[in-house]
Each structure stands twice: as structure tokens, then as C-alpha cells.
Design a protein. Structure first.
Length: 275
């Protein structure tokens, strides 16, 4: 089922891809370092980064959720897309290759913890690797990222998969909510470079895929520029997009990203995969 957090994750990935179209190993479109994440910035960390020329871009739900449920409860088949993205695993490293398409799922498993990622329309193998590295780091893992490859040196058991989403979904309710994409920049030049790149990437999309196979419809809802007089080092811009998304039940998933896994007393790891 899709949740507010799934919409935030999808928006965060689109924003990160817009700022780092070749992945976070390459320079951003602004020329400076940009930290992209869900939530609200911590004041001490933000102040320190702004002083060092680092921008923050945050994604956060804003305002009340509106109930817009109106469709009958029927099961709908989600057709699988053609396989085009691939991953090769060597030890604790995963390297992605090929091309990306909406409907694909990529994921890594590290010591029993699973990290799935719904591929977005503007993804490349490099940005898929970059976004998975961000999910792993958010969970506390140290990740080495280079090009299209991610490595988790401390992982005792590591796996990665790419599958094409399929199955059946039933929508049980629908909601609409605004989401704020806030740019916290150290100078007007960085703000003016980042803002259009993010706005164009979002405005070009009518629907964004979510991790359960459903879609959220996004519509531009406004933009504000704020130059705080009391803080000459902060140049802020806020983009607001409204997202209408469903809460769904899933019935069957022919392509499974990860199956069941078990650890045995002798230390062996056995994974039963259906992919």
C-alpha cells in the first residue's frame, strides 16, 4: 500500500536525479554539494553547511490530507514492463547497467534488511545506485558509491535484485496532499540554479510511480522565495506540489524482488528467491 512516506521517497528521488543527473559521484547542476532528504533540516547542521557552501533540499508533506476517495473497489492488473535494467553482484558490491523504465524495482538486501527502490522516469543506472546508497546510509550503513556501483564493506550477507513490477492492486481509498520541496542555499546563484532544475523535472511529470506499483498524480501548487533578513547566509525557495495518491491492497506479485530468507545456527545464509 502507498503511504505519505512513499510519495516523499518518490519526490526525493526525482529531486536528487534533477540535481545529480549523472549520480552523486558527479558534480551537481549547481556546482556545489546538495544534500537531498526527507524531513526538516537540523539548525546546527544547516548553519554549518551553509557556511561551507553546501545546499540542503528537503521534501516534507505540508497541510492537511484531503479525502478524495471516489473510485469503485475493483482489482486491476499491473502489467510487467520489459526487462532492461540489470544488476551484477560480486561479494558485497552491486553494479547496475542497462536502461531504466517506470515499473521496475531495484533493491539490495544487507544482513536480512531489505531496501527496495521504485525506478523513476528520469532514472539511470547511476541514479538507481545513488538512491539505493542513500537508503542504506539513512539506515546507518557505510556505503562506498562509485558510478553505477555500490559497496557495503561491513555486510556479512549481501544481495541485489532487479525485477519488473507486476501483480494486481485494489484501491481502497484516495487522498490528496501538498508536499513542500524546500531549497536552503548559501547564495542566490545556487538557489537560482537548483530551483528551475527541480521545478522542470517535477512539472514534466503528470504521474509518478510508487513502490507498491500504483501512481500518484502531481500538480504544481505554488512557489515562494524567502530571503531572511536576520540571516544573510540563507537564501530559501519553496516549491509546492499537490499529490493525489491511492491506498491499495495487493493480491499477487508474479515478479518478487526478494523472497524468504533464513539464518542457520552454523552461520550459513539461505535465501529462497522468486524473481
Amino acid at each position: 500500500m502507498a503511504d505519505q512516506s512513499d510519495v516523499e521517497n518518490a519526490l526525493t528521488a526525482i529531486v536528487a536525479n534533477a540535481l545529480y543527473p549523472a549520480g552523486t559521484e558527479s558534480p551537481s547542476v549547481t556546482g556545489n554539494t546538495c544534500r537531498v532528504y526527507r524531513g526538516f533540516p537540523a539548525a546546527p547542521a544547516l548553519a554549518s553547511d551553509l557556511a561551507a557552501g553546501v545546499s540542503h533540499v528537503t521534501v516534507l508533506a505540508s497541510g492537511a490530507i484531503k479525502n478524495v476517495t471516489r473510485y469503485p473497489r475493483v482489482w486491476q492488473t499491473v502489467a510487467p514492463v520489459a526487462a532492461s535494467l540489470a544488476v551484477q553482484v560480486i561479494a558485497a558490491s552491486a553494479s547496475f547497467s542497462g536502461s531504466c523504465a517506470v515499473g521496475q524495482l531495484a533493491g539490495v538486501g544487507v544482513d536480512g534488511a531489505l531496501f527496495p527502490y521504485a525506478v523513476q522516469a528520469n532514472d539511470t543506472p547511476a541514479t538507481v545506485a545513488s538512491n539505493l546508497a542513500a537508503l542504506l546510509r539513512a539506515a546507518g550503513w557505510i556505503v562506498e558509491y562509485s558510478g553505477t556501483t555500490i559497496t557495503v564493506p561491513a555486510a556479512a550477507h549481501f544481495t541485489a535484485r532487479v525485477v519488473n513490477g507486476a501483480g494486481s492492486l485494489q484501491e481502497i481509498k484516495r487522498q490528496a496532499q501538498e508536499f513542500a520541496i524546500s531549497l536552503w542555499c548559501p547564495n542566490p546563484q545556487n538557489r537560482d540554479a537548483a530551483g528551475p532544475a527541480i521545478d522542470e523535472a517535477l512539472a514534466a511529470l503528470s504521474f509518478i510511480p510508487l513502490s507498491d506499483g500504483s501512481y500518484a498524480r502531481i500538480i504544481f501548487a505554488g512557489s515562494d522565495v524567502v530571503d531572511e533578513a536576520e540571516d544573510a547566509t540563507l537564501y530559501k525557495r519553496e516549491l509546492r506540489y499537490s499529490a493525489e495518491y491511492p491506498t491499495t491492497l495487493s493480491q499477487m506479485t508474479p515478479a518478487m524482488l526478494f523472497g524468504t530468507a533464513a539464518f542457520y545456527a552454523d552461520g550459513n545464509f539461505v535465501e529462497n528467491l522468486n524473481a
